[in-house]
Design a protein around this ligand. Structure first.
Ligand SMILES: [Zn+2]
Length: 229
């Protein structure tokens, strides 16, 4: 089983045989469909039965933008290759031409340096904008932090907004929507109609931007095309 055809799609497919299991399981590993089953017959039957599920998930995967990949990572909405250079001083990250250069001792240290750099870039990209927007709706300046989590941001009643560390990688208009959304929570700690009215005042295009943002996949994947030893 190499490829299967579902609707207009030809989907790479891997069959894993486990004769001792009763049920058949389907899952996607990136664009590859993995079928775990006791035999090929069962696998084929389950594939036939779940065409709709397979189509839906595959089309989602195809339209998603991977923010991290070995062909580069997004920064400010542009994909840039990431290069590693061995360096024994303090690790640092630089933008060099159209690529991102990470100078550090080892690959592990490079990953950590990249995380710290992204966190700093996200603070730079969000902090002052969040303060301006808060001011525009008559609220006190929030303090901003970053964290790695599944959400793009979270706003607490102690006037703190925590942004996803990777917000700086997104195009400017999507960042603007995320900041507007969190700042609007300073006025409305819920997702009521009044909340969305505040979001609309801060970011008039929020409906389309919110939809676009759903395509962005921030899952951390390897970025170094030339991994260090
Ligand atoms: Zn919210």
């Amino acid at each position: 089983m190499d490829n299967i055809t579902v609707g207009d799609y030809t989907i790479p497919c891997v069959f894993v045989q486990k004769p001792w299991i009763r049920n058949t399981y389907l899952r996607f590993e990136d664009e590859k469909l993995v079928v775990v089953s006791r035999n090929q017959g069962n696998a084929m039957r389950v594939l036939d039965k779940h065409h709709d599920w397979i189509m839906k998930h595959y089309s989602q995967i195809k339209s998603s933008v991977r923010m991290f990949s070995t062909s580069g990572m997004l920064f400010n909405g542009t994909r840039m290759p990431v290069r590693f250079t061995q360096h024994y001083g303090r690790p640092r990250v630089e933008i060099s031409g159209d690529s991102i250069l990470v100078l550090s001792r080892s690959n592990d240290a490079a990953e950590r340096a990249l995380e710290r750099w992204l966190s700093r870039q996200t603070i730079l990209a969000t902090e002052s904008v969040a303060c301006e927007k808060a001011c525009a709706i008559g609220k006190a300046k929030p303090s901003t932090r970053t964290r790695r989590f599944r959400k793009w941001g979270v706003c607490r009643s102690n006037n703190t907004i925590t942004f996803n560390t990777y917000v700086c990688m997104l195009p400017a208009e999507l960042r603007d929507y995320i900041i507007s959304h969190e700042v609007a929570h300073l006025a409305q700690m819920n997702h009521s109609r009044r909340f969305w009215e505040v979001v609309g005042r801060l970011c008039p295009e929020y409906r389309t931007l919110r939809k676009r943002l759903k395509n962005y996949d921030s899952r951390r994947r390897p970025v170094f095309a030339d991994p260090a030893a």
